[in-house]
Design a protein around this ligand. Sequence first.
Ligand SMILES: CC(C)(COP(=O)(O)OP(=O)(O)OC[C@H]1O[C@@H](n2cnc3c(N)ncnc32)[C@H](O)[C@@H]1OP(=O)(O)O)[C@@H](O)C(=O)NCCC(=O)NCCS
Length: 172
Amino acid sequence: MSDPFTLRRLTADDAEAFREVRLEGLRLTPQAFTAALSQEAILPLEAFRERMETHHVLGAFDADGRLQGVMGLHLSDSPRTGHIGQVWGVYLREAARGTGLARRMLEQLAETARGRVEALELGVGVYNTPARRLYASLGFVEMARLPRVVRVDEVYYDEILMRLAFPTAQTP
Ligand SMILES: CC(C)(COP(=O)(O)OP(=O)(O)OC[C@H]1O[C@@H](n2cnc3c(N)ncnc32)[C@H](O)[C@@H]1OP(=O)(O)O)[C@@H](O)C(=O)NCCC(=O)NCCS
């Protein structure tokens, strides 16, 4: 049976709901993010509205219309680095975990990126077994281990850089 969530791209009108979930993630799992609650909590709503427009942020809503999961995709127009899309801000509220939603959302995000970039990239904590398993099961490959990427208080967390390469069309 499929999960009961509705997925769609968030717009500027979802900025308030996004901010609530985003700040919850930064508060409850600070080690999972390179962004800090102290910096994002003071941003005006306008900054989140803008982010919904400059990034492709996918949201998952439960049957009551509450936002339960978010993940972001940034596609850059840089001629040097624009061939690689960045996945960021992967966060599901507790109630939405273990339901298959994370996989469904990431698959949808990958479909959005396919044909527009050659690969997707993300960083994941070495300790983060559920996230690493999720990414690996979708074809993300571990490229490098980066030491001490995130610091929470005095504790440092290593990250794994992972990539999902999209097969490019072969010229006959
Ligand atoms: C990361 C996150 C999105 C994953 O979603 P989830 O619903 O918890 O993931 P799932 O329950 O589908 O688990 C993913 C995989 O890890 C496995 N897994 C889950 N917990 C595990 C554990 N403690 N040990 C080993 N494997 C585990 C699951 O069995 C599943 O593997 P499978 O598909 O082979 O069965 C979610 O946990 C989350 O939001 N965490 C907090 C923020 C975060 O860490 N974000 C990632 C930043 S890179």
